[in-house]
Write a protein that binds this ligand. Structure first.
Ligand code: NIG
Ligand code: FE
Length: 421
């Protein structure tokens, strides 16, 4: 099956010349192609056809994308989409000046969501997650990571991972499951941290690896959550079982998470709002991706991660929503790009590199996606504009027109309202 995307205003290739990552000044180079149509064959990018030669091509299907632009499908590399319940009452407490960490210390926060998740069945959780996944797809997301981390006991962590794996079978995009049993200590282990770490290491991780329920093992290295030592014990087991490593770290306090993650060649370290200069240096030239989550800084109204310093020192920087009910109840990836530009001084081009090739790298998937290069998967997002800047400039607006996964159109913008005929 050969398809031609005819006469787009721009093809924003995010070309990496085969390197499959962008660091430093490379993030600013999107290699925008104009005056060409895009040919795909089956599920792969086949060729760029100069407008003058288009008539010589006889595809099975032509998709008219005049006055539109084509980007690589977005990879959303850090979400907690599989949550239940609402934390709007905690949101209201935060608006009155009570800090997110105080709410957590008082037994709320993540544990509020854990209570809600434990009360729901597999089917109920699937039904809650469905529209959230659809929402990501409607934004041009073709690969979506979802973490567990709201079960925090054997039964419920496994239930959440099964929900995430099931979502992957019912949606055409790739949904990547991450095990986040080390999100925080559940109330029954409040005074027995060793007992909970042992449960993760001895029971949860072996079962998850044996049943192939997760690609990655994540954790939260923070004063109110896990120490660097506890994370080390968990990662040692997870890495031995063949899981990739990710870590929430340097969100509020710097307590050794960067070293704990780098020791296991983590694919990413995420958050980094309070990253110290000496730790920043460790990410320079490293293959571990710095996943920045400016939605958290916006939502909790505190410091932004040092995106500029990270990019200027040649770290690989990606962006994600961190969509969750407590610290970033934000599911719009383009809004996150706008925040990154306005609040972290990233260029428009850098924000695009950060949600395509570099976020794919943060899931170990950039070899076959994240840029429009011949031979890569035809995972594409078509936007309703002539200029890619508009995606970041049109704050809070979804400009996505069409989402294409493996060469198939899986979403197109609903018909405009208001027409008389
Ligand atoms: O990435 N930092 C820890 N975990 C999530 C928040 C989860 C929650 O508050 O429910 C985060 O910010
Ligand atoms: Fe997170």
């Amino acid at each position: 099956m050969i398809k031609l995307f005819l006469h787009p205003s721009q093809i924003v290739t995010v070309d990496t010349k085969g390197k499959n990552i962008k660091r430093g000044t490379e993030m600013n180079d999107l290699s925008v192609v104009t005056g060409h149509s895009l040919l795909i064959e089956n599920n792969l990018i086949k060729d760029f056809i100069p407008d003058a030669s288009v008539k010589k091509i006889f595809p099975d299907e032509i998709l008219d994308v005049k006055d539109k632009i084509i980007l690589p499908g977005f990879t959303e590399c850090h979400t907690h989409t599989a949550f239940a319940g609402s934390r709007s009452d905690e949101f209201r407490q935060m608006l009155r000046g009570i800090h997110y960490e105080e709410i957590a210390k008082a037994g709320g926060g993540i544990n509020t969501t854990v209570n809600a998740v434990r009360n729901l069945s597999f089917d109920e959780l699937v039904n809650i997650c469905r529209p959230r996944v659809e929402n990501f797809i409607s934004q041009g997301v073709t690969t979506l990571e979802i973490k567990s981390g709201y079960g925090l006991d054997f039964e419920n962590e496994i239930k959440l991972l099964k929900v995430i794996n099931y979502l992957n079978t019912i949606f055409k995009i790739d949904i990547i499951p991450t095990f986040l049993g080390a999100h925080t200590f559940p109330k029954e282990f409040k005074n027995d941290h060793k007992g909970y770490v042992d449960l993760i290491v001895e029971k949860m991780l072996p079962y998850i690896a044996e049943n192939n329920l997760a690609e990655f093992c994540d954790g939260f290295c923070e004063k109110t959550a896990f120490s660097a030592n506890e994370i080390d014990k968990i990662f040692s087991k997870a890495a031995g079982l063949g899981l990739g490593i990710k870590l929430h770290t340097e969100q509020f306090n710097s307590i050794g998470g960067i070293d704990a993650a780098l020791k296991y060649n983590a694919v990413s370290v995420d958050h980094l709002e309070v990253l110290k200069q000496q730790d920043l240096g460790k990410l320079t030239g490293s293959n571990t991706v710095a996943v920045l989550l400016p939605g958290v800084s916006f939502f909790l109204n505190y410091d932004y991660a040092p995106a500029r310093k990270l990019i200027d020192s040649n770290a690989i920087v990606a962006l994600a929503t961190d969509f969750n009910p407590g610290s970033s109840h934000i599911s719009g990836l383009a809004f996150i790009m706008s925040l990154a530009a306005l609040k972290m001084n990233m260029t428009v081009e850098e924000t695009i590199s950060a949600v395509t090739i570099n976020s794919a790298k943060a899931l170990n998937l950039s070899e076959d996606r994240g840029s429009i290069e011949i031979g890569k998967r035809a995972d594409l997002a078509v936007f309703n504009t002539n200029d890619f800047s508009d995606i970041v400039y049109s704050i809070g607006k979804n400009l996505n027109y069409m989402t294409i996964k493996n060469g198939n159109v899986i979403y197109s913008e609903p018909t405009r309202l208001g027409g008389k005929n």
